[in-house]
Design a binder for this molecule. Structure first.
Ligand SMILES: [Zn+2]
Length: 335
């Protein structure tokens, strides 16, 4: 049977873009409400851009088929930084940057060898410039017994970082299906995986980045929930911070004539600035890391500190209220 085709108009193209950011659903109708609200606020020039986009788009399937690959744009092989830049610039150009949700992750492990990793803890946070930390998820993981030969290294690592007892005495969730379920519930109403951001790819050493990636891949691939393994996109948060800071500074400079703020001169500078605070010492950590007085080694404290750092440099307190505990660590946790 021939597929039903429908010509897309400017608003539909716009709604598809909003859907991708807000729901990542296979049916962009989900985003029609939000898209309508944003569309009404769009400038004439911006609407004109979407009309041109609509004219250019030849006939495209109105409802995307989820098991079909999305149509590839020309020259779609882009670097991570230009992809991040595009997300931020696109959202900003339609006045949606402050409410765009970003997903932060961090994970730690007991031990890894070749392709095998033994996870200890994971954390996720949802964040927007306007609302700060919207929600978080923390899961302690019990990966089952470690190989005997790893015990010494795993003990050393625990002592110098996460402090957990070695499995099987560490406690935590053993069932990877259950962990995956918690992750997916946390990500709702998204229907497909978003881009995740974590630390460590830009700064001095890349191991925290790889450790987080391996733990997440382990959870998604070990629990064989999917017929096809989903692509997990994990990008450096330092790049996001750099892009967000530069664009929000420009926005503020446009409004404010008297005091001009400086953008970050380089990604290295942004990266140094990103870690130059004590947020991970004073952010809410999990119960265990609270008890052993090691909040800075807690994945939950880390993902929350990402949000506080970005809020400190990028959220605009003159446009919306900055909330204690959401844009900055709760004052009661200060020592
Ligand atoms: Zn913890």
């Amino acid at each position: 049977m021939p597929k039903q085709k429908k010509k897309l108009n400017a608003f539909m193209i716009f709604a598809m873009e909003v859907n991708k950011r807000r729901f990542n659903s296979s049916d962009y109708n989900k985003a029609i409400g939000i898209a309508g609200r944003l569309w009404n606020k769009l400038s004439k020039e911006k609407k004109e851009e979407y009309k041109i986009k609509a004219q250019k788009s030849s006939e495209v399937d109105c409802v995307e088929n989820s098991d079909k690959k999305e149509p590839k744009e020309a020259n779609e092989i882009v670097s991570v930084s230009s992809e991040i830049n595009k997300i931020v610039t696109d959202a900003n150009s339609i006045g949606d940057l402050d409410e765009t949700i970003f997903y932060f992750i961090n994970a730690s492990s007991f031990f890894e060898i070749n392709d095998e990793i033994y996870p200890a803890e994971i954390a996720l946070a949802k964040f927007s410039l306007k609302s700060g930390i919207i929600d978080d998820l923390h899961v302690q993981i019990n990966p089952g017994e470690l190989p005997l030969s790893s015990i010494f290294i795993a003990l050393e690592k625990s002592k110098n970082s996460h402090k957990y007892l070695l499995p099987p005495d560490c406690g935590g969730v053993k069932d990877y299906y259950m962990i995956l379920d918690m992750l997916i519930s946390f990500l709702l109403p998204l229907e497909r995986l978003p881009i995740f951001f974590t630390e460590g790819n830009i700064h001095y050493n890349s191991s925290p980045f790889l450790e987080t990636r391996k733990v997440f891949e382990k959870i998604f691939y070990e629990a064989q929930e999917f017929d096809m393994q989903p692509e997990i996109k994990i990008y450096p948060i330092e790049e996001l911070f750099y892009a967000l800071h530069n664009i929000t500074v420009r926005n503020r400079n446009d409004i404010n004539d008297s005091e001009k703020e400086e953008t970050f001169p380089s990604i290295a500078f942004a990266s140094d600035t990103f870690f130059d605070n004590n947020f991970r010492l004073i952010s809410k950590s999990c119960e265990f890391h609270d008890q052993v007085n090691a909040p800075h080694h807690c994945c939950l404290s880390k993902v929350r500190s990402y949000g506080y750092t970005i809020a400190k440099w990028c959220s605009d307190g003159s446009q919306y209220p900055l909330i204690d505990g959401k844009h900055s660590p709760h004052i009661l946790t200060l020592q």
